[in-house]
Design a protein around this ligand. Structure first.
Ligand SMILES: *Cc1c(COP(=O)(O)O)cnc(C)c1O
Ligand SMILES: [Zn+2]
Length: 437
């Protein structure tokens, strides 16, 4: 592990701070912070060999898909690390999805295979470890669901008290159930995620509560290992493109940072193009990108059934913008029906995911049709959460009852092109045989 520092990402500031200071944003200008390392002292060939060697290790720290890469993580002593063998998530071929999108091949890296079923665990192992290093005993976050489930689990492992701020009635039931089971105190607030986010930042700025949203740069350090593990699994063969959903934009930013560090350490020869996909009703980055604006304008009201990305004022937009520049990236948006059908198609490959993850496939399909992705490209899409996170959405889709209310207040039923049959049958042999025809 390297002696790391915090550095403001604003080019005209770049102020540096010690990692032992309890800062979420720059003390000088309020900008977002990066954890930075002395990359020149890190030599890629030895590093990559060492990382590969750890696959055969029985040490818990080596078997974590995050801490395996500890040379590029903030320093922590073994007894300070709060880990649950997170990471180690598979890359799965998806032939039906490839055909659906018009690609020759397509693969998903499925982060729903993590301990609490989403990529948030990668950020919580480093975030809660940092909380412990700072002596925090109480942690807090605002959440669309998965952050709270994950923080509650890792806080429980660390013996800390967890407080989660959620928009009342707007998170998937599976996620709320997890947070409760892991012993968190759940504060249900009227208003949306963006309001809950504002409130938790206010409350944590003047109390002992340690903030574990992705504005906290230690979260993103864990999440950047998505890029490390993805490349390692591919024997360091760089894909042409990595496609990820965009909500608060922490995860896509973290992936970009991980790729840039691999490039600078000499572990990969070029950056894959980062492609971020948003829901049409929660698309502030897409707007900024297509309007070629240099600042993001938050949306007043975000609306999408993919609750994990229902965010109008993404905290990490500046880091996402930087990641798109570094990698020659791109941004797409997709509609609710496209998301719902893509999710069902991901199920048809035996993979499955939660709604927010399915924007990747929907976005790829749309970009192939528009000629923005070539059918021969080597593309890996990031599935962010497990299918069981939001069973209501799935059941409603297959029943043909999935209804979406847009920000203008208009409700419509989404067509379900890939609904699976659910048939009521009398408990009788002949009736069953007839139904099987
Ligand atoms: C948190 C989350 C996202 C969005 O990630 P951001 O870092 O907020 O952009 C997407 N999908 C799932 C399942 C999530 O939990
Ligand atoms: Zn600054």
């Amino acid at each position: 592990m390297s002696p790391a520092q915090l550095q403001c990402i604003e080019p005209d500031c770049n102020a540096r701070f010690e990692t032992s200071s309890r800062l979420y944003t720059c003390a000088r200008c309020g900008g977002l912070l990066d954890v930075v390392y002395d990359l020149e002292s890190i030599l890629a060939p030895q590093l990559v060999d060492e990382w590969d060697r750890r696959f055969g290790s029985f040490q818990a720290i080596d078997r974590s898909g995050v801490w395996r890469f500890r040379e590029l993580l903030p320093e922590a002593a073994p007894d300070e690390i709060v880990s649950m063998a997170e990471g180690n998530t598979p890359i799965l071929d998806a032939p039906s999805c490839a055909r659906y999108a018009g690609m020759n091949r397509l693969a998903f890296k499925h982060l729903g295979f993590n301990p609490t079923g989403s990529f948030k665990d990668l950020g919580m192992t480093t975030g809660v470890t940092q909380a412990r290093r700072l002596g925090a005993t109480r942690v807090a976050c605002a959440s669309t669901g998965n952050t709270s489930a994950s923080m509650a689990a890792y806080a429980a492992r660390a013996g800390m008290k967890a407080f989660v701020f959620i928009p009342s009635g707007q998170i998937a039931l599976g996620k709320l159930a997890q947070a409760l089971d892991y012993g968190a105190t759940v504060l249900q607030l009227d208003g949306d995620f963006d309001a809950a986010m504002r409130l938790v930042r206010e409350v944590t700025s003047d109390s002992d509560l340690y903030l574990l949203n992705s504005v906290n740069p230690f979260r993103l350090e864990g999440q950047k290992t998505i890029a490390f593990e993805l490349l390692q699994q591919r024997r360091w063969r760089t894909p042409d493109r990595i496609v990820a959903p965009g909500g608060n934009l922490g995860n896509s930013s973290a992936i970009a940072k991980g790729l840039k560090e691999l490039l600078e350490a000499g572990a990969i020869p070029r950056m894959p193009r980062l492609t971020i996909v948003q829901a049409e009703g929660a698309n502030p980055l897409y707007r900024m990108w297509t309007e070629q604006a240099d600042r993001l304008t938050p949306l007043e009201h975000a609306s999408t059934l993919a609750t994990a990305i229902k965010i109008g004022a993404p905290v990490s937009w500046r880091k996402a913008q930087r990641g798109l520049e570094w990698s020659g990236g791109d941004v797409e948006q997709v509609g609710e029906s496209e998301i719902a059908d893509a999710k069902a198609m991901i199920g048809r490959d035996g993979i499955g995911c939660e709604p927010a993850s399915a924007v990747t496939l929907a976005g790829i399909k749309k970009m192939v049709e528009a000629g923005r992705i070539d059918k021969d490209e080597d593309v890996v899409a990031i599935l962010t959460g497990h299918a069981l996170k939001d069973p209501d959405y799935t059941i409603n889709y297959h029943r043909g009852e999935l209804a979406f209310t847009d920000s203008a207040g208009t409700t419509r039923l989404l067509p379900a092109a890939f609904a699976s049959p659910m048939i009521r049958v009398a408990p009788d042999r002949d009736a069953i045989l007839a139904a099987l025809e």
